[in-house]
Every structure is written in structure tokens, then in C-alpha cells.
Design a protein around this ligand. Structure first.
Ligand SMILES: Cc1ncc(COP(=O)(O)O)c(C=O)c1O
Length: 400
């Protein structure tokens, strides 16, 4: 009889991927489902990047590469950190893995021993705690509040730290809340960490370039330079360059950590795709002007969705400052009934009933560790968003 491993038994499947899969199935059955569950830009990968990949194939760059990335790409990543974040890393301090997800996974596999705790401020990207569990560690949820803009406070951080804490995972702009940490927020967290030298920081800067209202992005070490020797600064090309399918993520940090991550990568995936690495090299060294242009498009969509959802009865939505998600609270709707008599018991029944009655696919907040909320991604056209928000408004109004 088939048996899952003990490690896998502790892990939940990805709710985001499950909802995206369900949307595809319903569409195949002919239903007019509006899928707002997937976290990927609807834009295409720019032509110059595609051309670089085709060139790499033609030039025969189709063999195994160095495990954690080709030297040209590592140099380009070090240059990116210098140029955009004012952070100094040598190419030997850089890791390239098959996607941002793999970077985080490799870091956790390389560092978590049984019982080690990893703090994830909630709401969090749904994969962090599950990856911690796979790596043998223990995820620790540090709650935030809507009043605080879903940002971790120094008090909540202090309360979550124990003698077993190994990592704090910070994510700004945040998936799913859209919260962006200011330099002062980061400084205050670093002051807490100064008292806990065993705790390292993994800063997930994946949405760095998708930021609104004239805010500037600050990476953790920029605000707290003394944390350089215990921070992994992670990023990737998936969101900024619309390259989710290419699977390239990267990070920079202290050499011993990077070497340990290389050991994990070397015994699991080996190198990321050689072709995708040359595409990422072009992404990081080619024209960058389309990035802020796309961010402005996302900002317009954010404004549309925010205003329409805040008009839906029972929903309240904090203003996202970055990324491409909104995360409305639906607390007043808990306990209400659909016209068919089904009770909205929690955010999971809310998204199930929303899909059933209005063909709108969203993801329930409990998958992100804080609810009752739900997440929709606005990385899709304004027409689809307007129609989806109208359906959500109608669904909320129908609850009694
Ligand atoms: C916060 C965050 N970090 C990391 C990732 C992983 O990105 P990648 O597709 O490069 O694995 C995602 C993807 O959704 C994300 O939302």
C-alpha cells in the first residue's frame, strides 16, 4: 500500500495551485469562470528576453552549468543588488535556483534541524510554513492586524522568538496583503533581532518592483546594515519580468549559507535550466523601462478593485501598497446564509460558495494564515476585474 513519508504527512497541498487547477477544470467543462487565484502577471515575457533564450539554444548553451548558476548571471545579480539596492555582494555570495520557491526551499533545507522554528508574519505566502515543515522545522505564526497595515510589529516579533528560533521570513511587498515595510519598520524589527543573535532573516523581495503611490522599496539590509552577516536577500525574475514559467530565482547572503544551499541544490535539482539562466541574464542587463510602466498598470487595477470591493456589503479591504493582490476581510459575513441556505462558516466556505454561485475563483485566507479574508489577484485585464468585482458584490449582497 502506498504511504506518504512522515515529512510529507505534515504538509498541506498548495491552496493557490488547487484553486487554479479547479478553475481550469471548470473552464474545460464550459463554465465562464473568472480565475483570480493565480499569482502571475498577465503580461508576456519581453521579446529581448525570449530572443536571448533562443540565442542560447542556437549557441549550444544547452548543457549542465555550475550548480548554483553561470558566472555571468551571478555577476549580473551582484550588479543588480549594487545598482538597485546599494548592497555589495560578490558573485560567490549568490545562489541561482529553479524559481524563487526553490531558493527558499534550498535555504530552509540547508539550515533547519528538527525543532528549529521559523517565524512567518501572518498573512504569509502560503508556501513558507509548508516548506519549513518539509525541511523538518516548525513554522511559527506571528500575527499582524489590518489596523497595523498587516505589518509585523516589534512587539509581535519579540513575542514569537524563542531559544529555538532560526529564521524570520520577511516579505515586502507582501503576498497576500500588499503591505510594504518602510525603512523605519525594518529598523525597529532589526533592533529586536539585535537582542537575538541566533535568528537570521530571509527577506523575500520578489515583488520589489511592483510598488505604488510613489513609495520606494527598501530591502532589509539597506535599513539594517549590521544584519548583513545573517540575512539572505532573495528575489527572482518571475514577477518583475513576467517570467513565471522560466523558473529562475536568486538570492545573496553570507558565503557559508550560500555554500550550504549549493550542497542541497547539487543533490536535488542540479543547476536551473541553462537556457532560462541566459534569459534571466538578459532580463537583468537589458532594458528596464517597462517595469515601472507595468507597475503603473497594476496600480490602476488596484484602484479599481479596491474601490469596487470596498463597496461590497460586508467586505473591508486595506489599501495594498505593492504586489498584485487584495486581501479583503469578510468578518461581518460569517454566519450568514446563501440563497440556497448554505451557511458561510469561514473564509473557505465563502470562496467555495462564491465559485459555485458566481463562477469567481479566489483563495481563502486561512491558506495564508490570517482570516476570515480572501485573496484575489488583479494581474488580469480590467474587463475581467470589473466583471469579477460585480459578481462578488452581487454574491455578498445575496447573503442573509
Ligand atoms: C512572496 C513570494 N515569494 C516567492 C514566490 C516564488 O516565486 P517563483 O515563481 O519564482 O518560484 C512567490 C510566487 O508566487 C511569491 O508570491
Amino acid at each position: 500500500m502506498f504511504q506518504e513519508s512522515a515529512a510529507l504527512k505534515r504538509v498541506r497541498p498548495s491552496a493557490t495551485l488547487a484553486m487554479t487547477q479547479k478553475t481550469r477544470e471548470l473552464k474545460r467543462q464550459g463554465r465562464d469562470v473568472l480565475g483570480l487565484s493565480a499569482g502571475e502577471p498577465d503580461f508576456d515575457t519581453p521579446e529581448n528576453i525570449k530572443e536571448a533564450a533562443i540565442r542560447a539554444i542556437r549557441e549550444g548553451k544547452t548543457k549542465y552549468t555550475d550548480v548554483d548558476g553561470v558566472p555571468e548571471l551571478k555577476q549580473a545579480i551582484a550588479d543588480k543588488y549594487e545598482r538597485e539596492n546599494g548592497l555589495h555582494y560578490k558573485p560567490g555570495q549568490v545562489n541561482v535556483s529553479p524559481g524563487g520557491k526553490a531558493v527558499i526551499f534550498n535555504a530552509l533545507m540547508a539550515t533547519c534541524s528538527p525543532g528549529d522554528e521559523v517565524i512567518t508574519p501572518a498573512p504569509f505566502w502560503t508556501s513558507y510554513p509548508e516548506m519549513v515543515l518539509l525541511a523538518g522545522g516548525e513554522p511559527v505564526r506571528a500575527p499582524t492586524t489590518q489596523e497595523n497595515g498587516y505589518r509585523l510589529t516589534p512587539e509581535a516579533l519579540e513575542a514569537a522568538i524563542t531559544a529555538r528560533t532560526r529564521w524570520l521570513i520577511l516579505n515586502s511587498p507582501n503576498n497576500p496583503s500588499g503591505a510594504v515595510y518602510t525603512p523605519e519598520d525594518l529598523r525597529a524589527l532589526a533592533d529586536v533581532l539585535a537582542r537575538h543573535p541566533r535568528v537570521w532573516v530571509l527577506t523575500d523581495d520578489m515583488y520589489e518592483h511592483i510598488i505604488y503611490d510613489g513609495m520606494t522599496f527598501t530591502s532589509f539590509v539597506q535599513a539594517a546594515p549590521e544584519m548583513y552577516d545573517r540575512t539572505l536577500t532573495m528575489n527572482g525574475v518571475s514577477k518583475a519580468y513576467a517570467m513565471t514559467g522560466w523558473r529562475i530565482g536568486y538570492a545573496a547572503g553570507p558565503e557559508p549559507l550560500i555554500a550550504a544551499m549549493r550542497k542541497v541544490e547539487g543533490q536535488s535539482t542540479s543547476n536551473p535550466s541553462s537556457i532560462a539562466q541566459y534569459a534571466a541574464l538578459e532580463a537583468l542587463t537589458g532594458p528596464q523601462d517597462f517595469i515601472p510602466e507595468r507597475a503603473r498598470v497594476f496600480e490602476g487595477r488596484r484602484d479599481l478593485v479596491l474601490s469596487m470591493l470596498n463597496q461590497a456589503s460586508g467586505l473591508s479591504c486595506a489599501k495594498p501598497e505593492g504586489a498584485f493582490y487584495v486581501y479583503p476581510s469578510l468578518a461581518p459575513l460569517i454566519g450568514k446564509k446563501t440563497p440556497a441556505g448554505r451557511v458561510i462558516e469561514d473564509d473557505e466556505t465563502f470562496v467555495t460558495e462564491l465559485l459555485e454561485s458566481e463562477d469567481v475563483a479566489a483563495v481563502h485566507g486561512s491558506a495564508f494564515g490570517l482570516g476570515p479574508n480572501f485573496r484575489i489577484s488583479y494581474a488580469t485585464s480590467e474587463d475581467v476585474l470589473e466583471e469579477a468585482c460585480r459578481r462578488i458584490q452581487r454574491f455578498c449582497a445575496s447573503l442573509v
